[in-house]
Design a binder for this molecule. Structure first.
Ligand SMILES: Cc1cc2nc3c(=O)[nH]c(=O)nc-3n(C[C@H](O)[C@H](O)[C@H](O)COP(=O)(O)OP(=O)(O)OC[C@H]3O[C@@H](n4cnc5c(N)ncnc54)[C@H](O)[C@@H]3O)c2cc1C
Length: 452
């Protein structure tokens, strides 16, 4: 039976969800507080990109957009580590298997692809500049302001789904219920914030550093990463503490900024002619983890970052938010389109996986920052590459999270952490250069015998 569904937030999760629900035969009203990004200039002309991987691609495949997304992406086959001395270490592949890599994709480009696809569904109505300010989560009703006309609006549906991001206004509706639903909520900020900068394209649109890599400049308590864009530029992100030395709050003058980059990222400075101006004019963003529960009432559901914002260090926030849609779609199949049953089943199944990727993402911050140039970590990655190349059923923690979309995040976390512990102990105690085939077989059996 067709229902009237209100979705708040036409970001990556909400727009994909609208497509999937319209495909299931529902009538969808998608409310977005901003204007149509396809008709607006990018913020200060900047390209912002994201790492897209198999979970996100599997979700996009639900509506036939996987290949279209791949066509907008640049494959990143591994991490390229840049040391403080300015040297570039060898590429550390993401997998020992051919074809397992992540993709760099433009955030507005992917969002526009999803929005364009709504045109094929007459039952999706997208209302831009519709800012939802109140959500009645027991009656699937919202109130807000239409910024185009300046007028207030009210809307009710059979169900309401909040995909309005980390600062969700629909989630406020859950918080206001008090003891009625006993809503739990936590927000954990990192001491670190982030700032997006840019390496512009070189002559003739050329990429000035290796195109098919995610570049990392790890510096113990802070780091820079860079992901390629189709136009030859790279989006560069500095992750740094707000306080302390070095810290965002201490970088005040042009000399402070240039001095900091010259000291810690010498090979980046010549590639970024607008570094100081960009640094001063681009905002510093905060990073945090939001956990909450329950995500549902009988007629309202939270999905995507609205339910579980995670820090970006596993490159999984968007992938997880799009996988949410895939999971809900499967549950709707099983619950014969009963929304109340589906929403309850979805929360029960999905919450532990969202918690797992939140914890993995914080853990990966330390791994990327502190360990990618550590000898035991490098030795472990080398063995993992050999294992993945030789044994099709072996997958490292990174591989389980990133390329094994059939393995839930919670299982990937448990198995991956146990494997990591075993392998790091092994690398610490043994000579790992030139491991023989017999020894590799022994390692493989030990790892495959780990009980999860
Ligand atoms: C620096 C950084 C790097 C990241 N890198 C990656 C990466 O490499 N890979 C990855 O998978 N993830 C990454 N992420 C995470 C990813 O951006 C999010 O997980 C993803 O955008 C979540 O999608 P969403 O649709 O749930 O929320 P959002 O993308 O936040 O979309 C929410 C939408 O709701 C709208 N909205 C908000 N409030 C209202 C309202 N009151 N009424 C109506 N509309 C409203 C917003 O305008 C927006 O369009 C990164 C995040 C950050 C901060």
């Amino acid at each position: 039976m067709s229902s009237n569904v209100i979705i708040t937030g036409a970001g990556l999760c909400g727009t994909l969800l609208a497509l999937v629900l319209a495909k299931r035969g529902h009538k969808v009203t998608l409310l977005e507080k901003r204007g149509d990004l396809r008709r607006e200039e990018l913020a200060a002309g900047r390209s912002i990109n994201l790492a897209l991987s198999d979970r996100g691609l599997a979700a996009l495949d639900l509506v036939g957009l996987k290949e279209n997304a791949l066509a907008l992406s640049i494959p990143m086959i591994g991490r390229m580590v840049h040391t403080k001395g300015g040297q570039t270490n060898m590429l550390q592949p993401y997998s020992g298997r051919e074809g397992e890599h992540i993709q760099s994709i433009s955030r507005p480009g992917l969002n526009a692809l999803l929005l364009d696809a709504t045109a094929a569904y007459p039952d999706i109505e997208v209302r831009f500049n519709h800012d939802v300010q109140e959500a009645d989560i027991q009656n699937a009703r919202v109130k807000g302001i239409d910024h185009t006309s300046g007028k207030k609006f009210e809307l009710s549906g059979d169900v309401l789904i909040g995909t309005d991001g980390a600062g969700s206004d629909v989630r406020q509706g859950f918080m206001q219920q008090g003891a009625a639903i006993r809503f739990n909520y936590s927000q954990q900020w990192l001491d670190h914030g982030y700032k997006e900068l840019e390496i512009p394209a070189g002559q003739g649109g050329a990429w000035q550093i290796e195109k098919n890599a995610l570049h990392i400049w790890p510096r113990q308590s802070f780091m820079v990463i860079a992901l390629p864009n189709l136009d030859g530029s790279f989006t560069v992100t500095l992750f740094l503490s707000y306080d302390g030395q070095p810290g965002f709050n201490a970088l005040k003058t042009d000399e402070d900024i240039l001095g900091f980059f010259t000291e810690y990222f010498p090979n980046l400075v010549p590639l970024m002619p607008d570094l100081v101006e960009d640094f001063k004019h681009h905002p510093t963003g905060a990073l945090g983890t939001v956990k909450c529960s329950p995500w549902h009432t009988s007629c309202t559901l939270l999905m995507g970052d609205a339910a579980h914002a995670v820090v970006p260090f596993y490159g999984q926030g968007m992938n997880c938010s799009m996988e949410d849609v895939l999971v809900l779609n499967t549950i709707l199949d099983q619950s014969h389109e009963s929304w109340a049953t589906a929403f309850k089943g979805y929360t029960e199944l999905r919450k532990k996986d969202a918690d797992a990727i939140a914890d993995l993402a914080v853990g990966n911050y330390f791994e990327m920052r502190d360990h990618v140039d550590n000898p035991d970590f490098i030795a472990k990655r080398k063995i993992e590459m050999q294992l993945e190349k030789k044994y099709p059923d072996y997958a490292s923690k990174y591989n389980l999270v990133t390329f094994c979309e059939h393995v839930p995040y919670s299982v990937a976390m448990k198995r991956g952490r146990l494997q990591d512990k075993w392998l790091l102990e092994y690398c610490n105690k043994n000579e790992t250069n030139d491991i023989s085939a017999e020894e590799l077989e022994k390692i493989y059996s030990e790892l495959m015998n780990i009980e999860v």
